[in-house]
Design a protein around this ligand. Structure first.
Ligand SMILES: NC(=O)c1ccc[n+]([C@@H]2O[C@H](COP(=O)([O-])OP(=O)(O)OC[C@H]3O[C@@H](n4cnc5c(N)ncnc54)[C@H](OP(=O)(O)O)[C@@H]3O)[C@@H](O)[C@H]2O)c1
Length: 272
């Protein structure tokens, strides 16, 4: 007879940035982890670091989640390894800066594949295990979810999907005792803007958070069962007032910052 499966927290995009710090925070609070991303070397180093602090060494799974069948392959991996996903953290994602008409079409569709399709497919694939273990789901959205974002139009739209989907799911799963949190960071110091082709954050005066502060706020909100977590006072104000600002005005401001950035020599060659 096979032993009963072991409950774990699976974190996507855990090789660097917010996902890596979420892994550190979850591990510090006693969660056993599986880390998923494409860069195995970075995840091995993170697993070593976590193990060196006395926590169980996370499982490492190298996967391109934008590829078809990625969720099915992960479910098969978990079954083979005797792990049950109690908590799923859908963090992997990327953005691309520039006008829709000027960014490569396949790259924009790949963004939807990762930020929307993979996130949804992983959620549906692991939902039976999450419900059975009365676990939880954390989806990393963004303050971008509250606005329309010319200059990063597809990215903002993907994050609006993540927020809407997560809130509705939180409502549906409440009676099953499953917590669902949409973590909505504002600009955060990671590789995100470099990969997006912006070089650095286009939001000059808006303060950048550290990925650790975002991860800590996310974890605390998740454990409290909060449906939406927006780290930072400035970002909270931005999201709370989004419905009060005329769309034309907010789009004009966002477009000026983002399109200016894309024009000022930003390159998209580093995009994943
Ligand atoms: N930084 C910000 O200002 C900010 C603000 C709001 C929301 N967010 C969101 O926060 C999340 C994490 O972003 P971050 O800022 O930490 O960016 P990051 O430093 O670029 O990290 C992105 C992570 O996603 C992984 N990833 C990218 N493409 C992947 C793929 N095809 N398959 C599997 N994993 C993939 C990357 O790992 P590999 O390259 O090893 O695959 C990496 O671990 C994203 O969903 C992003 O939209 C970021």
């Amino acid at each position: 007879m096979r032993p009963p499966p072991h409950d774990i927290t699976l974190i996507t995009g855990a090789s660097v940035g917010i996902g890596a710090d979420l892994a550190r925070v979850f591990a510090r609070h006693g969660h056993e982890l599986a880390l998923v991303a494409r860069d195995g070397v970075r995840m091995e180093a993170l697993a070593d670091e976590i193990a060196a602090r006395g926590a169980p060494r996370p499982l490492i799974i190298r996967a391109d989640l934008s590829a078809p069948g990625a969720a099915d392959a992960l479910v098969a991996d978990m079954n083979r390894l005797g792990r049950r996903v109690k908590n799923l953290v859908n963090n992997a994602g990327f953005g691309l800066i520039g006008r829709v008409a000027e960014i490569d079409r396949a790259d924009q569709i790949r963004m939807i594949d990762l930020n929307v399709r993979a996130l949804t497919d992983l959620t549906l694939a692991f939902l039976p295990a999450i419900r059975a273990s009365r676990g939880g789901l954390m989806n990393v959205a963004s303050t971008a979810a509250f606005y329309a974002g010319p200059g990063m139009a597809v990215y903002y739209a993907t994050k609006a999907f993540v927020l809407s989907f997560s809130q509705a799911l939180a409502y549906e799963l409440k009676e099953d005792g499953v917590r669902v949190t949409a973590l909505c960071p504002g600009p955060t110091k990671t590789e995100f803007f470099e990969r997006a082709g912006a070089g650095e954050s286009p939001f000059g005066p808006i303060p950048m958070a550290t990925s650790m502060s975002v991860a800590q706020a996310g974890y605390a909100g998740f454990m409290r069962g909060k449906m939406v977590v927006v780290p930072g006072l400035f970002n909270k104000l931005l999201t709370l007032t989004s419905g009060l600002q005329p769309r034309a005005l907010s789009m004009h401001t966002i477009a000026r910052m983002q399109m200016g950035r894309a024009r000022s020599g930003a390159s998209k060659k580093d995009a994943p």
